[in-house]
Design a protein around this ligand. Structure first.
Ligand SMILES: *Cc1c(COP(=O)(O)O)cnc(C)c1O
Length: 388
């Protein structure tokens, strides 16, 4: 049975070209980039080439890119780095209720150290209202952090509008763009962002590497102290193969993403339409139009997301419940609750995120399997019996 992978928001397979680009940096070119002999300088050169490619993908200058260990570190660096370096100017940070845990937990940490965090609500589609951002700004606000697109429901936020508000108020603006970089074209100037998080493994690069874009002039404290790497902003010997892989992934994305986004949006719409036709009592979570080209997030009434997931897995289809809840707790997703999805519907959520290997045939397999699985589970559902 051919397995169908439909969880690209969780991670993507590393592109074969990316692996190929990385390999020499494990073997032939193993030097420390800080060493001045040629081995080191070759590695250093490769890092700077990758930095240029990442910068080009987002319309930045190469000196504005800091390599990190991934999206989580980029988010932590943005939030804590701005908080620590600017606390004399204020202690207020604005974010949203639907952020990734890398942002929310960093905010919680800062709350324990005297910072005040405003968590903005979202509407039923997961959209943040820029006017809410404007109203929340005080003379103590030092940072606004709003994700570019939701990893869970796929909604794309009005970042450039919020960016204009932040610029006018002279408040730093960070966006977690882990789900959009390499997937849809974007530009840091058009978005008016000062900081932007990137993760390699979300767009066919390797795991354990990412980047933080930091606009020239932004005051940012370091989280890692040690050597002078990354212009003293992030100490530690560089992950050279990872950085080279990230650069190659950025280069491939810059050539392919526009066309690929169009192709995936067609598959996405076919999947949504088919599921709505074949299954009663389901709802699409997230915005119907302002959404990632590869995201389908649904709630299916009367059954559990996990049960659907396990049954799909038996048929070789990998999806996600979309909820980033720890498997130990039965808390429904904070994102769906913020959208106002009732807890019982939030428990029945299922996320499919498409990627470059997926085809129309894969969508058809899901459209054949899921209605059958839902019918079977509903026949056994205690929720449904109690309603009848
Ligand atoms: C995956 C993800 C992260 C974390 O990135 P890692 O590289 O896995 O640490 C952060 N934010 C969003 C929106 C994500 O989807």
């Amino acid at each position: 049975m051919r397995r169908i992978y439909l969880d690209h928001a969780a991670t993507t397979p590393t592109h074969p070209e990316v692996v190929k680009a990385m390999l020499p940096y494990f073997t032939d070119v193993f030097g420390n980039p800080s060493s001045i002999y040629s081995y080191g300088q070759e590695a250093k050169g490769a890092i700077e080439e990758a930095r240029t490619k990442v910068a080009e993908l987002i319309g930045a200058r190469s000196e504005e890119i800091i390599f990190t260990s991934g999206g989580t570190e980029a988010d932590n660096h943005a939030l804590k780095g701005v908080a620590y370096a600017n606390e004399r100017n204020g202690n207020h940070i604005i974010t949203t209720a639907i952020e990734h845990h890398a942002v929310l937990e960093a905010c919680k940490f800062l709350e324990g150290r005297g910072f005040i965090i405003t968590y903005l609500p979202v509407d039923e589609y997961g959209l943040v209202d820029p006017q809410d951002v404007k109203k929340a700004i005080t003379d103590k606000t030092i940072l606004i952090s709003v994700m570019h697109a939701s990893n869970e429901v796929g909604t794309i936020e009005p970042i450039s509008e919020i960016g204009k508000i932040a610029k006018e108020a002279e408040v730093y603006f960070h966006t977690d763009a882990v789900q959009t970089v390499g997937h849809i074209p974007l530009n840091v100037d058009d978005l008016s962002v000062d900081l932007l998080s990137i993760s390699g493994h979300k767009f066919y690069g390797p795991k354990g590497i990412g980047a933080l874009y930091v606009r020239k002039g932004v005051k940012l404290a370091s989280l890692m102290h040690g050597g002078g790497q990354e212009r003293r902003r992030r100490a530690g010997t560089e992950n050279v193969p990872g950085i080279v892989g990230l650069g190659r992934a950025a280069e491939i994305a810059s050539h392919e993403m526009s066309k690929e986004a169009e192709r995936l949006a067609c598959l996405r719409d076919k999947l949504i339409k088919g599921l709505e036709e074949k299954i009663d009592n389901i709802r699409l979570n997230g915005h119907p139009r302002k959404r990632l080209p590869n995201n389908v997030d649904i709630s299916v009434d009367f059954i559990e997301g996990e049960a659907m997931l396990l049954n799909l897995d038996l048929e070789g289809i990998c999806a996600s419940t979309g909820s980033a809840c720890s498997s130990a707790s039965l808390e429904p997703s904070h994102v769906l609750l913020a959208l106002g999805v009732p807890p019982e519907q939030a428990h029945g959520s299922l996320r499919f995120t498409l990627g470059r290997e997926n085809t129309e045939e894969d969508v058809e397999r899901v459209l054949e399997a899921l209605p059958r699985i839902v019918a079977k589970l509903r026949a056994m559902s205690p929720f449904l019996k109690s309603i009848k």
